[in-house]
Design a protein around this ligand. Structure first.
Ligand SMILES: [Mg+2]
Length: 107
């Protein structure tokens, strides 16, 4: 497991946010990501802002970190967090892969 994953677990332990506060923070970061994407793709009403693909990458990273922190907060130990993260990512990626296969076969 990458070091940053365990760092996210450790930082989550040190940060006093409640699960609700952390989840609201995820919504905030998702909004910032949406704003950056809307600007970069010249969406109507968003062209007065200035964002770049670098901003999109940064906001995606922020959202991913907070999402992982929400997951970390539901786990008691680093080991449980690592195991759950691995289990869920494997299962969810497999589900996504199956969905893509289904989508391609119905085209
Ligand atoms: Mg952000």
């Amino acid at each position: 497991m990458s070091d940053f994953v365990l760092t996210i677990f450790d930082l989550t332990r040190q940060d006093p946010k409640t699960l609700q506060e952390r989840t609201l923070k995820l919504g905030e970061e998702a909004g910032e990501l949406a704003q950056a994407v809307l600007t970069v793709t010249n969406a109507p009403g968003s062209t007065y802002k200035s964002h770049t693909l670098a901003d999109v990458r940064e906001e995606a990273a922020d959202a991913a970190i907070v999402a992982l922190s929400v997951l970390a907060q539901t786990c008691e130990t680093r080991e449980e967090f690592e195991a759950e993260l691995d289990r869920l990512m494997t299962a969810k990626c497999a589900k996504w892969q199956e969905k893509l296969k289904d989508d391609v076969s119905t085209r």
